[in-house]
Design a protein around this ligand. Structure first.
Ligand SMILES: CC(C)(COP(=O)(O)OP(=O)(O)OC[C@H]1O[C@@H](n2cnc3c(N)ncnc32)[C@H](O)[C@@H]1OP(=O)(O)O)[C@@H](O)C(=O)NCCC(=O)NCCS
Length: 170
């Protein structure tokens, strides 16, 4: 499986919650991200339609991408992450499929802006560019290139401080 067309993508249902936890436990070294997803699920930042998984032809979820509500100063935006793929399926397109599906669902929902803190070699392929160029910043020190932003439409990205949902602890 190497292209997006091989992956089924859809929003999570209650039945997917254990599989999503397994994906995050497998993809990351600690349970921090899996716990974060579970904490976000009960937070006001949670938008159910924007918790997206990718599954192979057998229907088993292997990839995951989450968008939750954040703000840039007072402007509503979305925060992308965690993004995770079961180790044995990494680099086969499952992550990209989930991320693209999440961004498309967000655009369809009328969302404008997405922020991501992550690998600067990975997220530009989805259109993300360096957030500092728009005056977008965090309250914590991170490598400048790791904070990226995307406008889902023609709206101009706002400048300001990214305020994450409380479970992120940022
Ligand atoms: C990062 C991750 C979600 C990407 O999903 P994926 O399905 O493995 O990646 P895709 O198949 O969609 O894309 C493959 C590309 O991603 C790149 N990539 C994968 N993991 C990467 C990483 N940790 N850093 C930078 N690039 C990475 C590959 O090098 C490849 O690049 P290429 O297309 O230029 O060859 C997945 O590898 C993963 O779960 N990694 C561990 C957890 C993690 O680091 N999550 C991101 C932080 S929130």
């Amino acid at each position: 499986m190497s292209t997006r067309t091989n992956w089924i993508t859809r929003a999570e249902t209650a039945a997917d919650i254990p599989a999503i936890r397994k994906i995050n436990l497998g993809a990351f070294e600690t349970a921090e991200e899996a716990d974060l997803v579970d904490a976000l699920r009960t937070d006001s930042a949670w938008i159910g339609d924007l918790s997206i998984l990718s599954a192979g032809p057998d229907g088993n979820p292997v990839g995951y991408a989450l968008l939750t509500r954040c703000h840039v100063d007072d402007t509503p935006a979305l925060c992308l992450g965690p993004c995770a793929v079961l180790p044995e399926y990494q680099k086969t397109g499952a992550g990209s499929a989930a991320i693209r599906a999440a961004l498309e669902a967000a655009a369809q929902a009328g969302e404008h802006f997405v922020i991501v803190l992550g690998h600067p070699s990975y997220y530009p392929r989805f259109g993300f560019t360096r957030a500092s160029e728009y005056g977008i910043r965090l309250s914590i020190d991170v490598p400048d290139e790791a904070l990226m932003a995307l406008s889902l439409d023609s709206a101009q990205l706002p400048s300001g401080l990214v305020r994450y949902a409380a479970p992120f602890g940022i």
